[in-house]
Design a protein around this ligand. Structure first.
Ligand SMILES: NC(=O)c1ccc[n+]([C@@H]2O[C@H](COP(=O)([O-])OP(=O)(O)OC[C@H]3O[C@@H](n4cnc5c(N)ncnc54)[C@H](OP(=O)(O)O)[C@@H]3O)[C@@H](O)[C@H]2O)c1
Length: 315
């Protein structure tokens, strides 16, 4: 496994980060722990969760899995999305963050979070309040690094200006979506992050499994897969234009004599602006396969061919 420095920090993260938003949902606790153990055995040191995943079962299961072995892992969690329906049950106010960080620490069974993300930009909370709170968490030793997810360049610039002006801990990483079917960050975000020394830990590398090629137009999703279990995901992905473009990716993979998933992961890995890519798994053998595919570099002409294939706008 290759490790990279996260932005301008001294923190080393594996090229693959384990995604866990299915832990405790369709993936039971025992299997989730086996998935984590497999990942660490293969050199993955970076694990991504959030306070809103699977009604907090994800954080809880990770807490059990890392007990006694905490420092082998770089644990990231997030705050800001809805944990309830009350007026202060979401957002990036001091009140909400300080409540949620304690819940995350308790469930993760640790006294610190390595990377703490603002899950998405909060239009209502003043950035000064949010960033001072995050800075305080670093000073108190509860958080090692401050990061953001789903921020635009303008939002990162605004946060950078506040951190600079007030001498606060700055955002060291962005977590945006990025895969063959969703290339929006290529336009300006990845370039901005590279120029500013902000690391990127990108998500949905396989578009939720769609880029493994296991789904086909007009055929029901195989049982047990996300496509079969989650109508919202299926409604988003099960579209003729997605199948059409995946067929073109498959043709490139066939010509190169490699699996589609290898091409999908290798295509992200070739981008120097990506520090680590998050990949989820519902079984240990998927982790094994994904790590193996990432270690094999697809031919350069196949990767270039993918760049030339236009993709439909993400839904
Ligand atoms: N910051 C954010 O707003 C945000 C948003 C979304 C996700 N994320 C993070 O990114 C992580 C990954 O996202 P994601 O799960 O949407 O996307 P993903 O990594 O593209 O897809 C993971 C899914 O693909 C299938 N899969 C993985 N490896 C496979 C293999 N070798 N063969 C066949 N199927 C395979 C599995 O689903 P099945 O077995 O069920 O088919 C697995 O759960 C999340 O867990 C989360 O940590 C963050």
């Amino acid at each position: 496994m290759e490790y990279r420095l996260l932005g301008t920090t001294g923190l080393k993260v594996s090229r693959m980060t384990l995604g866990t938003n299915n832990f405790g949902r369709d993936v039971d606790e025992q299997t989730s722990v086996r998935v984590m153990r497999k990942a660490i055995d293969l050199g993955v040191n970076s694990v991504d969760t959030a306070n809103v995943y699977t009604k907090r079962r994800s954080e809880e299961i990770i807490g059990k899995a890392i007990r006694g072995d905490r420092e082998r892992f770089v644990i990231a969690t997030k705050v800001g999305n809805d944990v309830g329906e009350g007026p202060n049950d979401s957002g990036l106010s001091r009140k909400h963050i300080l409540w949620q960080v304690e819940e995350s620490l308790r469930l993760l069974q640790t006294d610190h979070i390595d990377i703490y993300y603002m899950h998405s930009f909060d239009q209502e909370s003043p950035l000064e309040e949010t960033l001072k709170t995050f800075d305080r968490l670093v000073r108190d030793g509860k958080v090692r690094y401050v990061a953001c997810s789903n921020f635009t360049v303008a939002e990162m610039k605004a946060a950078g200006e506040v951190s600079e002006r007030l001498g606060l801990e700055r955002i060291v990483a962005l977590q945006p979506p990025y895969n063959l079917l969703n290339r929006g960050v290529e336009k300006e975000t990845l370039g901005y992050c590279a120029a500013e020394g902000i690391g990127t830990i990108t998500y949905s590398a396989l578009a939720g499994g769609f880029l493994t090629g296991k789904y086909a137009d007009g055929i029901p999703a195989p049982s047990g897969t996300r496509g079969a279990l989650y109508p919202k995901f299926w409604g988003r992905m099960n579209r003729p234009e997605n199948y059409a473009v995946v067929e073109r990716f498959k043709a490139v993979a066939r010509r190169a004599g490699i699996p589609l998933s290898q091409l999908a992961l290798g295509w992200i890995a070739k981008n120097p602006a990506v520090t680590s890519m998050i990949v989820g798994a519902s079984r240990p053998d998927q982790v094994e396969e994904n790590v193996r595919q990432l270690s094999e570099r697809p031919p350069a002409d196949a990767l270039a061919a993918l760049d030339a294939i236009p993709v439909p706008p993400p839904t």
